[in-house]
Design a protein around this ligand. Structure first.
Ligand code: ADP
Ligand code: MG
Length: 889
């Protein structure tokens, strides 16, 4: 029935949402045509979505669209004729199930058919293809179009309930979304498995479809033990020759000897396992195992640790499991899902297969047609199908052993596109509303720059220029200033702040920690020593009530020109007199909400975001994609290189020798301890105090040692910092509260305890505290004492520190090693959680998605065009909840 050309299957998929109301109607009878609602917009939308797949059937789509014109306001007779025409047009484009096709053939079918599951199965429908049967058989009820479904599905569900559901849906004018079909409507899913799936949040077939495999295994070829190469994954079949549970000093171990058909032996090992596994592995059982084959154990032979095991069908020989039609666990590239307690891998695979076969086609493409075409993206349904069971993409999946190739690209694209769309819309929202047009004259810039103690670097000048240009525009500035530690961002921020102050506005500088806010205040005041007319005020949570009230009065009255603070600035009781510029340092620690609430304090102030953690470009685009960017890619002159070395605990004395040498030369040193959890601040205090005392007694007896930690009041901390800055204390013991912002040029040594517990970017920040003066500096990374803390991952990280001081390289490495969530310190980072996209490897996809999203917002700023309607709905739904399309399980 379907015409050729294009991609008929994809087209049928795209058009399939139209079958739902028609199916309802065919059950209820044409006389009920009045209950159908919103048919015209539905047809419009579905047809637009289907266009990319139309091939040479475009004219058919046009006609289809035409049939629904005016439907929703038409009288009943008109509606009937329209439905008949619609069904006929639809029949030319895909195979329409017989019950629906009847609507097109006979316009006089006016008698309502009873809603029941007794509708006879017509033999003429036995040739229906997978695209045209199923779904609603399982979703709602009735009209079995294939004997297979009718004989199995009907008895399991009470007709009364199904009829009631269908009737209710119909009454509401709703067409049930097949994707929301409960999992237990799938054949083979009983109450027990349903409950287990539910326990993992898998309630509907849609959940199953979007629960993607973690990786793939190429089980297309079986190997004998002799053939299996070492260090590679292989699939090997055989029988259990011998099984033994061994009691070892550190718990139990399960050893199984597998004998393959050529008499080769493979040792299977489990170091943790469930009792049920032992039961499945009785002597003589025929099994197939899959896993990495390793070299001999106990002198010779091959082993496999923690293999996947599946039974070979008893008596059926080996042929059955290798028949792809009957089983998806062997003989193909097999998906491996996150294990589900109580649901064997093989069973889950069967369930996933059923969901994919019967429902994947209902996954609609919300991306605009133009995007799908230009970027040559697969239909979502196809991508999801292939992601579960790679056929077309089998080679790619087998080679990558994890989601890759076109299916991955399609899904990652959608996730990234949605985020970029959000950013594009947000940026547009900012740009269209009027802000402040500062004067920011060249003359003023010149004057301000001249007043600084040193000439700006070229990078600083460029950034100040770009910022001034933004400030002159009547729309709010939204700029990111990115620069490595020590690149001089504070000076740039100060120039911008002074430009605002010159026009009678206030500037706010928001820092992520109190100590950094205090440090900023100190350095700004120092830079502004000779400018008595500019008042810098500090507002933080740890100010006493009276001080705080005083500071806030100055801010409210306008006497404070530059206001420095923590997130307290964004809180409600801080009112500005006339906020014109908000500078946000280390923005990724705040998240979007704080930024937004700060912006509300002024009449749409200009915003400058500074980040000292060099953020890899991919992340920057995702987090700050709505910002313009300036980069300080140059350090102020006179910096000296920092030598970095990792010391094991046993080499501690050598590290202390180096510190002693520097102290003797008149320098100062930091000793940094890992920060403990917020809830353990007391322990933090203890650890820091204890270490200070230990150093004072055992290591550096005659050296004055200061202490800063998270339990001090602002005043205590300030005093400690001042003593160190003045050189009265020669060593400063600190928790990572000094991570950012401390500026003591005479300090040339940074000794970090338990360096393996720090993230790379954090270490880079810490290291940036030295090397600020003319003398050569050192960063000494001490590692913990126990082996567990000193794993290969930590070793890898610390090696990066020894090798480079390039902040961007370090950030990339950090991102790669830890993933974006941890890289940014999880939650509050504002970082969307992707299920499919991987920022480190999907940069090209990100770039494409970004271009398309920004272009789309340019051409349709409110997503009002009809062809973008599906996208708009999806965007609103997803932007509110998780942005990710799928999950990986
Ligand atoms: P960042 O915040 O980017 O880490 P800072 O603004 O703290 O860097 O600057 C680091 C140090 O460099 C400070 O001591 C600052 O006074 C100094 N500095 C900034 N700009 C210059 C410059 N153009 N020439 C010389 N020193 C500079
Ligand atoms: Mg700084």
């Amino acid at each position: 029935m379907s015409g050729g050309g294009g991609a008929p299957e994809a087209l049928a998929l795209a058009l399939s949402p139209l079958l739902q109301p028609l199916r309802l109607l065919s059950r209820a009878g044409l006389a009920r045509v009045a209950v159908l609602r919103e048919i015209e917009p539905l047809v419009q939308r579905v047809v637009e979505q289907a266009r990319p797949y139309a091939g040479d059937l475009e004219a058919g789509l046009d006609r289809l669209q035409e049939t629904a014109r005016g439907f929703d306001s038409a009288p009943e007779a008109g509606r009937r004729t329209a439905i008949a025409a619609l069904v006929r047009e639809l029949s030319g484009l895909l195979e329409v199930p017989a019950d629906i096709a009847a609507l097109g053939r006979d316009e006089s079918t006016a008698t309502p058919k009873p809603i029941s599951n007794t509708t006879p199965t017509s033999n003429t429908t036995s040739n229906t293809t997978p695209t045209s049967n199923t779904t609603s058989n399982t979703t709602s009820n009735t009209t079995p179009t294939s004997t297979r479904t009718s004989s199995r599905a009907s008895p399991s569900r009470p007709p009364a309930r199904r009829a009631a559901i269908a009737a209710a849906a119909q009454k509401a004018g709703l067409t049930p979304d097949p994707l929301l079909t409960p999992v237990d409507q799938l054949r083979g899913v009983g109450p027990a498995i349903r409950d287990k799936l539910r326990g993992k949040g898998l309630e509907t077939v849609q959940d199953l479809l979007l629960n993607l495999p973690r990786r793939y295994e190429d089980r297309r070829k079986r190997r004998t033990v002799a053939e299996a190469p070492l260090g590679e994954r292989s699939v090997i079949a055989g029988s259990v020759a011998w099984i033994d549970e061994v009691r070892a000093r550190r718990g139990r171990r399960l050893e199984v000897r597998l004998r393959d058909d050529e008499g080769g032996y493979l040792m299977l090992l489990w170091f943790h396992y469930r009792p049920s596994l032992v039961q499945r592995l009785r002597t003589g059982a025929r099994i197939v195992v899959s896993g990495e084959v390793r070299a001999g154990w106990r002198g010779g032979g091959k082993t496999m640790s923690h293999p996947d095991v599946e039974p070979l069908e008893a008596g059926g020989g080996d042929a059955l499991p290798f028949d792809p039609a009957s089983d998806d666990s062997f003989g193909r590239v097999v998906p491996v899902y996150t294990e589900l307690e109580g649901v064997p891998a093989r069973t889950y695979r069967r369930i996933a297969r059923r969901a994919v076969d019967e429902y994947a086609r209902h996954l609609a493409d919300v991306l605009p047609r133009g995007v799908l075409e230009r970027r040559e993206l697969w239909p979502l349904a196809e991508a999801v199908r292939e992601a579960h069971f790679p056929d077309r993409s089998a080679e790619v999946a087998a080679a990558a052993q994890r989601p890759a190739g076109e299916p991955h690209r399609r899904m990652a694209f959608e996730e990234l596109f949605m985020v970029q769309l959000g950013l594009a819309l947000r940026r547009r929202g900012v740009k269209v509303e009027p802000g402040i047009a500062f004067r920011a004259t060249e003359e003023a810039i010149e004057r301000i720059v001249k007043s600084l103690p040193w000439p700006l670097t070229r990078a600083q000048r460029r950034s100040v220029g770009a910022i001034a240009q933004d400030m002159r525009k009547p729309e709010p500035m939204n700029r990111l200033l990115q620069g490595d530690v020590g690149s001089g961002k504070t000076a740039v921020a100060l120039c911008a702040a002074l430009l605002a102050v010159e026009d009678g506005y206030q500037a706010a500088l928001m820092a992520p920690t109190e100590i950094l806010a205090e440090q900023h205040t100190r350095s700004l005041r120092r830079l502004l020593l000779h400018r008595r007319d500019v008042h810098v005020e500090l507002v933080t949570g740890s100010l006493g009530a009276r001080e705080r009230a005083h500071a806030e009065r100055l801010v409210r009255g306008g006497a404070a020109h530059i206001v420095v603070g923590t997130h307290a600035l964004a809180e409600e009781d801080t009112d500005f007199h006339k906020l014109g510029l908000a500078v946000i340092d280390e923005q990724h620690r705040f998240g979007v909400m704080t930024r937004a609430s700060l912006m509300k304090k002024g009449a749409r102030p200009d915003v400058l975001v500074m980040t000292a953690t060099p953020i890899p470009r991919t992340l920057a685009l995702t987090l700050y994609g709505d910002l313009d960017v300036s980069v300080l890619d140059e350090l102020p002159p006179g910096r000296t290189p920092i030598a970095t070395r990792v010391y094991r605990d046993a080499q501690r004395d050598r590290a202390y020798d180096l510190v002693r040498r520097e102290l003797k030369a008149g320098r100062q040193a930091y000793v940094v301890l890992p920060l403990v959890e917020e809830s353990e601040k007391l322990a933090d205090l203890k650890a820091a105090t204890k270490e200070r005392d230990r150093l004072a007694v055992e290591v550096f007896p005659d050296v004055p040692i200061g202490l800063v930690h998270g339990r001090q009041s602002a005043q205590e901390r300030n005093d400690a910092m001042d003593r160190f800055l003045r050189g009265e204390d020669r060593i400063l013991v600190a928790t990572t509260v000094i991570e950012v912002g401390v500026d003591v040029p005479n300090a040339t040594v940074m000794l970090v305890e338990h360096a393996e517990r720090f993230g790379l970017s954090q270490l880079h920040q810490l290291r940036g505290r030295v090397g600020r003066g003319a003398a050569k500096s050192h960063c000494l990374l001490l590692t913990g004492t126990s082996g567990a803390e000193w794993g290969p991952a930590a070793r890898e990280r610390l090696k990066v520190m020894e090798e480079t001081t390039d902040g961007f390289r370090i950030a990339e490495a950090d991102l790669e090693l830890r993933g974006p969530g941890e890289f940014l310190g999880t939650r509050q980072s504002g970082m969307p959680d992707f299920a499919v996209a991987e920022l480190t490897r999907d940069q090209a996809i990100l770039q494409e998605a970004r271009e398309e999203a920004f272009a789309l917002v340019q051409s349709d700023p409110d997503l009002r065009k009809p062809e973008n309607e599906a996208l708009r709905d999806a965007f609103h739904n997803r932007w509110r909840g998780r942005l990710s399309l799928a999950r990986v399980g």
